[in-house]
Design a protein around this ligand. Structure first.
Ligand code: ASP
Length: 298
């Protein structure tokens, strides 16, 4: 099996001054995932390594750089699923954590549960001495400035262009989907979007493939987008791109023009990257070929 890594850095409108950083960040994540696969790591380790690199990059709304809620606090969400036994793990509403994808992986691998939230998730991390907690680990000038502008009623109230996601296909044909986000700028404290919700924000299945979504979480949740996209692609692989582009447009139209995007990888390596938004930063590392990346996908 030819290893493949697909990355997204969020659907929405990416401010011009962030274009370069977004492209560099998604390209670096694809390369990091590929190197992990080349060194024999499985799809989970590769997808986590790719997401971790973007959680550390302040240009993205995940980990360090996550957006702030209405109270100015930072609450993050992350989710992960592996195809071979359909195990998933996720965390929601975790305060001031720089590496929530590690905690989601811990939920998947070391608990009988799929989703832990808030203090329970934080306690699990502390029990396993995992993760970097604290305001200094997550706060960035970019996020504070955006929060101040949004709170004063100027500028965009949302910040949906820079959530992160990764899909890896390893040499054994195993798939993993992983995503991490700060959610939505000025969200009501406690709000959780699609990113940690299996079937909506992400899914991985041995027969269908793997999918990660981005955009307005409430719209994605309503349409169970990740699972729905995978079943649509499986029903007509040759028309998958066109059908999924139409599905994103349809959901966006039903939700006041909400940004909607997804990356999807079928078990045979066929990939789909589509979005209904001004931008969606993305990157692909396919086998030994040079990484390709962009801010829009036709
Ligand atoms: N889907 C994320 C959320 O609603 C945001 C995003 O993808 O940009 O929390």
């Amino acid at each position: 099996m030819q290893p493949i890594v697909l990355i997204h850095g969020g659907a929405g409108t990416i401010a011009e001054e962030l274009h370069e950083a977004a492209l560099a960040g998604v390209s670096a994540a694809a390369e990091i995932g590929r190197r992990a696969l080349q060194s024999g790591a499985d799809a989970v380790t590769a997808a986590v390594a790719a997401v971790r690199s973007m959680e550390d990059e302040p240009a993205f709304n995940a980990g360090r750089g996550a957006c702030m809620n209405a109270d100015g606090d930072i609450e993050v969400d992350a989710g992960i699923m592996r195809s071979w036994d359909r195990r998933s793990g996720a965390v929601g509403g975790v305060r001031e954590l720089r590496d929530p994808i590690l905690l989601a992986r811990l939920v998947m691998e070391q608990t009988p549960h799929c989703l832990l939230v808030g203090q329970g998730a934080e306690a699990l991390a502390r029990r396993h001495q995992l993760g970097h907690f604290g305001r200094a680990e997550v706060e960035t000038t970019k996020a504070r400035e955006r929060w101040l502008v949004a709170r004063s009623g100027q500028g965009a109230r949302d910040n949906r262009a820079d959530t992160v996601g990764a899909i890896a296909l390893d040499h054994r044909g195993h798939l993993c989907a992983a995503g991490s986000t700060g959610g939505v700028l000025l969200k009501i404290p406690g709000r959780v979007g699609d990113t940690p919700i299996v079937g909506a924000g992400f899914y991985a299945d041995p027969d269908l493939g793997a999918c990660c979504c981005t955009g307005v979480g409430e719209a994605i949740l309503t349409h169970m987008l990740a699972y729905r996209a995978l079943t649509l692609a499986a029903a007509a692989p040759e028309a998958a791109s066109a059908r999924l582009r139409a599905l994103c447009a349809e959901i966006s139209a039903a939700h006041a023009g909400a940004a909607i995007g997804l990356i999807l990888l079928r078990p045979d390596g066929q990939r789909v990257l589509v979005h209904q938004s001004d931008h969606m930063s993305w990157a692909v590392a396919d086998g030994e070929q040079p990484v390709i990346a962009g801010l829009r996908r036709e």
